[in-house]
Ligand binder design. Structure first.
Ligand code: PLP
Length: 427
């Protein structure tokens, strides 16, 4: 019998990339730890790509899933669905968007597709503004507007996309600018791009902190400055909170709140952490836009009672245990510790992030050149040491990504930082 890796290679497409020279099969998890098929335990600092939000095998969530599955797994969109209405009410209230409506999908990609469908229908335009270096999903539409073209196998999107600066400034002509200068330069760039459009752009879609792009934050208030320009043209703002939502960034429940003067976005997309691993995505937005489709549109599995029950239990736990506050406190300690460690390491260019969303950018020592080989080596060495971390994607593979479940303890943060320090020193 062939081993699992060989079987995987034989039956799944080549572009479904795996981490590690010897890929790991995770068989179970508990709290912030996971175990592989050989029985090795790892501290999980990537949370299934920021998806295990509270903890692995959280009893509240597993109980809610089992109970709901024992009652009814699927009822279809044709009938009333109590867990869906319950979760929609909570998401609407938490969104900060007045008179909000919520639509559930099964992934972040589908959430962004839906937001783009709504925005283009509402504005009767197929022109979209997106950020350079962004990532919004894998479907034809969402990969088509993704700024980081190394993710884009076709580039035949039916949408016309205009890319603007602002998501990342660690490289290129903007690197040396102050926050205020950078913001002014990005606003000028936005105005320039709008001047090159046909007019009537539907929306700007942006991640408040770029996730796959390497955990890069714009200066606080950048999107407030953008919003003023967008408002002059009636252009909508879609905040892609797939990675930044639910308290991950510590200071704020949503990433957009770092730009609070902008007010809440017109549409906000979410996924990943809300289900703690169950497949929930969705869009929450202003009723006027959410109601703008003139044909029925359903998602067979979006809002499935089992996933909704998981979301409700997970969200309740997250709020009752103030995991956002924990992300701020423990994430603050972790980033300080990592900065202290990395200050003496010439392979590290920058340690950045907010809450429990921390990026470590690696370079060739003495240069500004990206060092994806070192990042791959640190990933391997960390795994050897019993720690799972992530990397950026596309052009950002020289950035290590640290994003544990938000219930991380101080002791676990210390333990993970020590393993990471050894891994970084080993390359
Ligand atoms: N948007 C952002 C910001 C993401 O990081 C991702 C996935 O990593 C997506 C959208 C797509 O979500 P999904 O993989 O659930 O389709």
């Amino acid at each position: 019998m062939k081993d699992l890796y060989a079987r995987h290679r034989a039956v799944l497409p080549d572009w479904l990339a795996l981490y590690y020279d010897e890929p790991v099969e995770l068989t179970h998890g508990e709290g912030r730890h996971v175990w592989d098929a050989a029985g090795r335990r790892y501290l999980d600092f990537f949370g299934g790509i920021l998806t295990t939000m509270t903890a692995h095998a959280l009893p509240d969530v597993t109980k809610a899933v089992a109970e709901q599955a024992g009652r009814i797994i699927h009822s279809s969109t044709l009938y009333l669905n109590r867990p869906m209405v319950d979760l929609a009410e909570r998401v609407a209230a938490l969104s900060g968007i007045p008179d909000a409506r919520v639509f559930f999908t099964t992934s972040g990609t589908e959430a962004n597709d839906t937001a783009l469908l709504l925005a283009t229908a509402h504005r009767r335009s197929n022109q979209i503004l997106a950020m350079r270096n962004s990532y919004h999903g894998r479907s034809f539409t969402s990969v088509g507007i993704t700024g980081n073209q190394s993710w884009s196998p076709t580039s035949l999107s039916p949408l016309q996309t205009l890319y603007v600066h602002g998501g990342v400034r660690s490289r290129g002509p903007y690197a040396a600018l102050s926050d205020a200068e950078f913001t002014a330069a990005c606003v000028a760039d936005l105005r320039d791009m709008l001047g090159q459009s046909r007019g009537g752009v539907a929306a700007l879609i942006a991640e408040p902190i770029q996730g796959v792009g390497g955990f890069t934050s714009p200066p606080d208030g950048l999107y407030a400055a953008f919003r003023e320009v967008l408002a002059e043209h009636g252009i909508l703002w879609i905040a892609d909170e797939v990675q930044t939502g639910w308290g991950r960034t510590g200071d704020h429940f949503w990433g957009w709140q770092a730009h609070a003067a902008a007010g809440p976005p017109d549409l906000l997309t979410f996924a990943k952490g809300i289900g703690n691993g169950m497949s929930i995505g969705g869009v929450v937005g202003r009723a006027e836009i959410m109601n703008s489709l003139d044909a029925n549109s359903i998602s067979t599995f979006g809002g499935s009672p089992v996933t909704m029950a998981a979301g409700l239990a997970n969200l309740s736990y997250l709020l009752e245990h103030d995991l956002q506050g924990n992300a701020r406190r423990v994430g603050g300690l972790l980033i300080e510790r990592l900065r202290a460690v990395c200050a003496q390491l010439p392979v590290v260019r920058e340690v950045r992030g907010r809450g429990l969303m921390i990026g470590i950018e690696l370079v060739r020592p003495g240069t500004e050149e990206a060092n994806p080989q070192a990042a791959a080596a640190v990933l391997e060495a960390a795994r050897e040491g019993g720690l799972l971390i992530g990397k950026g994607g596309g052009h950002s593979t020289s950035v290590l990504r640290v994003a544990p479940p938000l219930s991380l303890t101080v002791a676990e943060a210390e333990e993970g930082a020590a393993i990471l320090e050894r891994a970084l020193r080993s390359v």
